[in-house]
Design a protein around this ligand. Sequence first.
Ligand code: SAH
Ligand code: SF4
Length: 383
Amino acid sequence: MNIELNAAERERILAKAALFAPPPATLPDGRRDLVGMNRAELAAELDAIGEKPFRAKQLWHWIYHQGKTDFADMSSIARPLQEKLAAHFVVGRPEIAEDQLSADLTRKFLFRFRDNEAVETVYIPDPVEDRGAVCISSQVGCTLSCRFCHTGTQRLARNLGVAEIVGQFMAARDAYGEWPSPKGETPRLLSTIVLMGMGEPLYNYENVAAAMKIVMDNEGIGLSRRRITLSTSGVVPMMDRAGAELGVNLAVSLHAVRDDLRDELVPLNRKYPIAELLDACRRYPGGSNARRITFEYVMLKGINDSEAEARELVRLLAGLPAKVNLIPFNPWPGSAYETSSNNAVRRFADIVMAAGYSSPVRKPRGRDILAACGQLKSAANAG
Ligand code: SAH
Ligand code: SF4
């Protein structure tokens, strides 16, 4: 696809995203949620109630560095101003509608927002590194309908707003008490974000980008872009923009090495076929070994897991700084596929590895709590 076509497509995608905008950040009582505002917006809100711009910096620290939600806990702010702030604003969080802990310590939240829409957020601990990742949703449902994905069976209700995207991470940190202690120790457990929950982040680009800029701000949560991974099913026109503006790690849901099969598994492929997708990957900034693109490949028994396909995958990725993440298919009620056998996965991984690509097999996590993307949400709808 040439550059002009890409620009026109980008406009179309952004215009469509705006049709699915979240509700405004104002509560029924008229107070405004400060979470999700950038620094300039925060300063403008304070200006509107007659407060000086330096207050924005102060509040930013309390909200995003200390994780405080109650103005009364913001000890560097005098009591009268604390009360004034509380009269005009809130520091919001999504409501925890469900909270499930797996035997393997994966923890899954169903977060509900003010309009009653809900999404899933999953905390995935890494016991070896004593760290963990928070898997965040970007949309309620998804417009795409990948055949193996449970979220794909749920129509798009709406996009998540900036506050709702950042709020998932902050509420997860609340649940672990993972904010700096008064001694200033840095939180470690919840120090990685993967945008791999419900929805296609590049179809809600503006809100996702604004949210990631907030979590990357050094005076707040301060995550480095290397600790953030955005997973896309291959929205080619938005990939360049994400690379230029955010520079976070990229994961691409490939899942098939031939267009005919990928058309079926990931229907977006009909619009942006494999060759165009890989071109966009080649243009993505980074390129060094430390910033390889992750290619996600869900292993579906008898569908995409042959040795010939592993060899084709290696051929396709030639010259790209890549790693391959083999994901055992996580079945859900009514799904049309089966998980590949361990042998098939091992043979596939061996071929990819022999070609010099790291190809970790993702361990199934939280199966006992229905951790396949989109499942908890559907269970809640059904009940
Ligand atoms: N929409 C984005 C990000 C969310 S999905 C994307 O498609 O990349 C995150 C990853 O989970 C994707 O690679 C997706 O293909 C994979 N996935 C979805 N359903 C799955 C299932 N049932 N089993 C295993 N992986 C699944
Ligand atoms: Fe949407 Fe990703 Fe699921 Fe496809 S795999 S339906 S893009 S959430």
